[in-house]
Design a protein around this ligand. Structure first.
Ligand SMILES: C[S@@+](CC[C@H](N)C(=O)[O-])C[C@H]1O[C@@H](n2cnc3c(N)ncnc32)[C@H](O)[C@@H]1O
Length: 260
């Protein structure tokens, strides 16, 4: 895996403490090797908080944190500091989009700048994609990205807490629910089920799993939650998305749910 991410024309590094005195030289060297990179950022805090954002500092090139990123035939305007975005999830976004059947209603509980929702809209014939985020800056970028990618007829951006939005406005509508926030996967599984049609559907459940049994505990947990909500659950697919910490993985479990 490469030691830095490139988002559009911005490279993001995590420079270790010992190399901080050389950060300017490192940034400039990176720009010489990767000529399309116009700005090099050093990430100065972990991704954290409700908005899943991080602090950065410009160490070389143009003083900016916003860029345009191309992925899966879509363009995304992203402010690296104000909203979460990871180019490392491109394969997962494409995988989900390829599963969508014509006419589906999708609810994305944690839509960020619109990555999963817009790729799904572009690559499938989904009828409607509700895209919720609680971060006003992410929401603003999502609205812009929906416009840039011309998917405003089907992607519906909603600013708010996914729990309230589902409870008050869009419960019981979705054929497919995305919950791309592994930190809150367990907590929001009931919300995902409430977002789904009473006749059932698919929930893309993201969470973390530890070796040696990476998937088992999460599948058991999801099965219990589904049963309490009156659904039978089938695991349609499970995969490790990326290594998160020692012996710990960010995982995806696709849950097929049918009423009992
Ligand atoms: C890990 S990011 C995922 C963003 C996007 N799906 C992507 O892959 O680029 C999680 C997003 O969930 C949002 N979020 C956190 N808590 C939320 C809540 N209770 N309701 C709605 N959105 C929330 C954050 O603001 C953040 O943008």
């Amino acid at each position: 895996m490469r030691a830095f991410d490139v988002v559009g024309d911005i490279a993001v590094l995590k420079i270790p403490e010992s190399l901080l005195p050389k950060k300017k030289i490192i940034g400039e060297a990176l720009m010489r090797v990767h000529s399309h990179v116009k700005t090099v950022l050093n990430q100065t805090s972990p991704v954290s908080g409700e908005f899943r954002t991080r602090s950065v500092e410009v160490i070389a090139g143009e003083p900016k944190t916003t860029t345009i990123y191309r992925e899966n035939g879509c363009l995304f305007k992203v402010d690296i500091e104000k909203a979460y975005f990871s180019p490392r999830l491109a394969t997962e976004r494409r995988r989900i989009a390829n599963l969508v059947r014509p006419g589906e209603v999708i609810t994305n509980l944690f839509a960020g700048v619109g990555g999963y929702s817009i790729v799904a809209a572009k690559k499938s014939q989904a009828r409607k994609i509700y895209s919720i985020d609680i971060n006003p800056a992410a929401f603003e970028s999502m609205v812009e990205n929906i416009r840039i990618n011309k998917v405003g007829d089907r992607v519906v951006p909603i600013l708010g807490d996914a729990r309230d939005v589902v409870n008050e406005r869009i419960g019981g509508e979705a054929d497919r629910v995305l919950m791309p926030l592994p930190e809150l996967g367990h907590e929001f599984l009931t919300v995902a089920i409430d977002a789904m049609k009473p006749t059932g559907g698919v929930v893309h459940y993201y969470t973390f799993g530890n070796e040696p049994d990476v998937f088992g505990p999460s599948i058991d947990f999801a099965g219990d939650v589904a049963a309490k909500k009156g659904f039978r659950m089938e695991v349609l697919e499970k995969r490790e998305i990326r290594s998160y910490a020692t012996r710990c993985y960010h995982i995806a479990v696709d849950l097929g749910l049918k009423p009992r």
